[in-house]
Design a protein around this ligand. Structure first.
Ligand code: ADP
Ligand code: ZN
Length: 606
């Protein structure tokens, strides 16, 4: 399949003659060698890592045609123009072309004048298209942005699944998948869906050493942002905000402060957006204030900082957005302004999601970012962990490692939790351990006599949220871990033992919640049990009917359906908790508490 004129070293020659570079970057050569020897390949490399060359060079080395599949129709023309400018015979086919243009390309294909053909997935979806492709001498398929195949990626595109049929039409043609986003979950989806056979798997490091990561408590966000920017005069930067409204507000504020900024969001006209992007690209303005709509196709390499004025929606997104800084390899700053208020805002949006799997995913993503922003663990380590990449921490280039965050010593509180875990023989999960330390009156506590433990109630003076936070920190700092083989019970690591026995101190980040006792909240109860139990609901309804009949009143006078549903969800076990049910006041507590509470307790005991 390889052009017989190719001798060893051809890849190097092409690197020099076509691309003008004298040496390959890490991994590029392996990938090219595997592809040209006919092997399937999976490659994940961060954006800017140099993926295109990994399929363009083999494309030039093969005698026949290379097909590059890419979902980015808007960028296809640029990609092809760039290839043409280097003298690579390339063309693209997608829905933006006119009939005549398409037939011209086919004539060229027939005359074998094209080596690299870029195709959009929607072409492949056309009935009979793959069969039609069989007439050309295709030597190699490259799938770009392959994470679009996976529901675990941030950019899942159902239409990309059509790529799964390439393998059956071209069983022996090597195929290589490229992505900038692969967690191992995404990786295995891609390999499975494309049907890659024993692929060479190449995972470049996602570590961007030139980026400095910081999280700052968000107070007066507009003046915080402008304060940061004023300390970086004449430098290019992006400010991300979650909503269009905040983008406009922030841009106006910065302009009012005498800074050169422009907004960018999907609500602006196409012309305005591309004008603003151009102005930023050409350094006519320093700052672009944008929603996450801004990003695709930014090639500007001298972006010195990326500020997030709001909590991002996922680690994936945060990595991609911050990754736009420092493309030239020079030191750059990534600052995230964090407030707990942002959490409830996002929680609200997540609650509106209809699809339960999507909802769970969104919650996971949110929790990751909360943890990232709040725990006292090297930010880089946490980011890389998301990509399943080990990092020892102590990176020396984040606010945690540089010790510029405010930390609180919490050794004693850490010890309280650790001791509760040890005294219950590492046999319980987060919620129960919190209940012990906090001194909750639950059935599970009573049935195991845990109210007799020495640690029972030692943390009554602080909120449940605080204890949850301490546990989150202990997990993040690897002082304890959740044993997934045993119902996620908490166990101590050697570091945990060191803290417990006073050999090491335990510090937490002050971005976390305040330790004041806030009293019991509905959320505490929801943490304990967040599903509505239909069986319990039915029993509560039966009780209501009984009471209504006895008193000859309509049932809703006793409690509305909504109240009963809420009760079946948060499952109050004592009077204090009963008051937290929506629709229950002091009076109803007094009259009905004694009638409904035993039902819930009986139910939980079963
Ligand atoms: P990706 O597709 O992974 O985001 P690109 O293929 O666009 O990255 O490459 C990013 C930049 O790095 C491009 O300007 C490219 O020309 C350059 N590049 C790629 N490989 C090398 C190399 N071996 N030496 C120098 N520059 C390279
Ligand atoms: Zn660090």
């Amino acid at each position: 399949m390889i052009d017989t004129n190719n001798t060893p070293g051809t890849a190097h020659k092409l690197l020099k003659s076509i691309f003008g570079y004298s040496s390959f970057r890490d991994n590029q050569e392996n990938v090219i060698e595997a592809i040209t020897s006919g092997r399937d390949v999976f490659t994940s490399m961060p954006t800017g890592g140099g993926k295109s060359l990994c399929y363009q060079i083999p494309g030039l080395m093969f005698e026949g045609l290379t097909v590059v599949i890419s979902p980015l129709i808007a960028l296809m023309k640029d990609q092809v123009d760039e290839a043409l400018s280097k003298g690579i015979p390339a063309a693209f086919l997608n829905s933006t072309l006119q009939k005549e243009e398409i037939s011209q390309i086919y004539s060229k294909l027939n005359r074998k004048e094209i080596k690299l053909l870029y195709l959009s997935p929607e072409r492949l979806a056309i009935e009979g298209y793959l069969e039609q492709l069989e007439q050309f001498n295709i030597n190699f398929f490259a799938v770009d942005e392959a994470h679009c195949l996976s529901e675990w990626g941030h950019d899942f595109r159902p239409d990309y699944l059509i790529l799964s049929s390439i393998r059956s039409h071209f069983p022996d043609v090597p195929m290589a998948a490229f992505t900038a986003t692969a967690t191992t979950k995404v990786q295995s989806d891609i390999i499975r869906i494309l049907g890659l056979k024993d692929p060479l798997v190449v995972r470049a490091s996602f570590n961007r050493q030139e980026l400095n990561y910081q999280v700052k408590p968000k107070t007066e966000v507009l003046s915080q942002i402008s304060g940061f920017i004023k300390n970086h005069p004449e430098e290019s930067g992006i400010v991300y905000r979650l909503s269009r409204k905040d983008v406009s507000k922030t841009a106006a504020y910065l302009i009012g402060q005498g800074l050169k900024a422009l907004p960018y969001h999907a609500g602006l006209s196409k012309e305005e957006r591309s004008q603003n992007q151009e102005a930023f690209n050409k350094d006519e303005v320093d700052i672009i204030v944008a929603t996450t709509a801004f990003g695709m196709g930014i090639n500007k390499n001298n972006i010195r900082y990326v500020i997030h004025g709001d909590l991002p929606k996922s680690m994936e997104g945060y990595y991609q957005e911050t990754g736009r800084a420092g493309r030239d390899g020079l030191d750059s700053q990534c600052v995230l302004f964090f407030s707990t208020g942002d959490i409830s805002k996002q929680q609200y949006f997540i609650d509106q999601i209809d699809d339960p799997t999507e909802q769970v995913k969104a919650k996971d993503n949110l929790n990751r970012l909360i943890r990232y922003s709040t725990v006292n663990v090297c930010r880089r380590k946490q980011i890389l962990e998301y990509f399943d990449e080990d990092h020892r921490g102590e990176c020396g280039n984040c606010d945690i490692c540089n010790d510029t965050t405010n930390k609180i010593e919490a050794t004693i509180d850490g010890q309280k939790v650790l001791s509760a875990i040890i005294r219950t023989n590492e046999g319980f999960g987060i919620n129960h351990i919190i209940d012990i330390v906090w001194g909750a009156d639950t059935e599970k506590i009573r049935s195991r006599n845990h109210q007799e433990l020495k640690t029972f109630g030692v943390g009554r003076d602080k909120s449940k949220k605080w204890w949850r936070n301490i546990i989150t920190e202990l997990i993040a700092q690897q002082a304890i871990y959740q044993d997934t083989e045993r119902f996620n019970v908490l166990c101590l690591t050697s570091l945990g033992k060191d803290i417990l026995f006073g050999k090491r101190d335990f510090y937490i980040s002050d971005t976390a919640v305040s330790p004041e006792k806030e009293g019991l909240s509905r959320n505490d109860l929801l943490d304990r049990s967040d599903f509505q139990d239909d069986d319990l609901y039915k029993r509560l309804r039966d009780k209501r009917t009984e009471i209504a009949q006895e008193n000859q009143v309509p049932p809703y006078i006793v409690f509305s359906d909504k109240t009963l549903k809420d009760m079946a969800q948060i499952k109050p076990q004592n009077e204090e908790e009963f008051l937290l049910v929506s629709g229950v006041g002091e009076k109803k507590l007094e009259v009905y508490g004694p009638l409904f509470l035993p039902i819930i307790r009986d139910y939980l005991e079963e």
